[in-house]
Ligand binder design. Sequence first.
Ligand code: FDA
Length: 390
Amino acid sequence: MHVNTLILGAGAAGLFAAAHAGPRTLVIDHAKAAGEKIRISGGGRCNFTNLGASAANFISQNPHFAKSALARYTQWDFIDLVDRHNIPWHEKTLGQLFCDTSAKDIIAMLRAEMEAAGAQLWLETTIVEVSHTGSDFTVTVERGGKRATVKASALVVATGGKSIPKMGATGFAYQLADQFGLDVTDTRAALVPFTFSDERFKPLAGTATPARVTTQDGTSFDEALLFTHRGLSGPAVLQASSYWQEGEDVTVAISPELDLASLLKDQRRTQGRKALTTALATHLPQRLVDHLADEVDLSGNVGDISDTRIDALTSHLLNWPLRPSGTEGYRTAEVTLGGVDTKGLSSKTMEAKAVPNLYFIGEAVDVTGWLGGYNFQWAWSSAYAAGTAI
Ligand code: FDA
């Protein structure tokens, strides 16, 4: 079989590229269903883009690389598409847009766009071998127990990163990049919870609080923090994990917006006979106060506490240095940091500079978004760049 464009991977990027790659396009995927990560994303509602998406929300060895694709297919373009398909959506927080009903609406939209463009989809198809002969790419696949050969003029690699192997994630894109002589930057799990080997936060598991989490390079995120059986999670922590290096500390500030010193001084005047722990529990989760009592002196009544003790307590809460022992890894990570080195790719088309008609798009590339719809926006923008260039 000969096609114009063969797209490997029927995830967000692959499906969207298929809608733009022109006639005689085939998409293949080893999974049973297309867009499985879309289906589970955003708690089943898919945070499909972010109103504020710009290159500043992405991590890459080349922070400028994403600019061109993001400018040529923006969040507004994707919102237009969602509106044209009458998919109801809402802004949740921080510019994050979610489906009102189900992430399946986005998958159905992508499938419809792809089918309208005449592209074909083969699921449950194993890629056995990829080679480049003359001007064609030859891909041997196994489908329904039979081997087949697909020849294509253009090959688009959209097989994603390594996060969540259980859902079909593989390092296949990096393997292919290597095969074609492209560099791959170091990869690691990102947007992932921190773990602590001593399980010190176990008694706090399930407790959430607003927090600012700052990594050693000075990057900080003000969002919710969630204590878990094995460590720390919640948006502030997931965001920080993308900037954290093994062996480093993170600094946690609990409820940084709260002027706890003034609140305690007021309570000292008006509710002096209240136990300090009880007074604190009116501002912080009770289980967090119980935990703090092991680290700071919280004895006595609020009426008896000196300014010095109030300052020591608030400074402890605002500068809590913690050294995670690791992360939950690819098992639960939302994305893979790093990937196919952008040095080898055109920022306008995602085409490999050294191999004409070979494209890498989506999470496979060394462009990693923050939490909040940015990773899908990169999938749409990079897919559009490649699809329209073919
Ligand atoms: P994606 O991983 O979507 O697709 C790759 C495809 O390639 C898969 O279908 C896979 O089966 C296939 N494949 C892999 N190896 C193969 C092989 N060897 N042979 C054949 N096929 C192969 N982002 C966001 O912006 N908003 C959100 O709400 C969320 N939520 C979220 C929740 C969870 C739990 C996760 C794990 C991730 C998110 N993300 C997210 C991140 C987002 O899902 C991710 O960035 C995109 O799906 C990346 O799209 P790609 O198409 O590049 O890869």
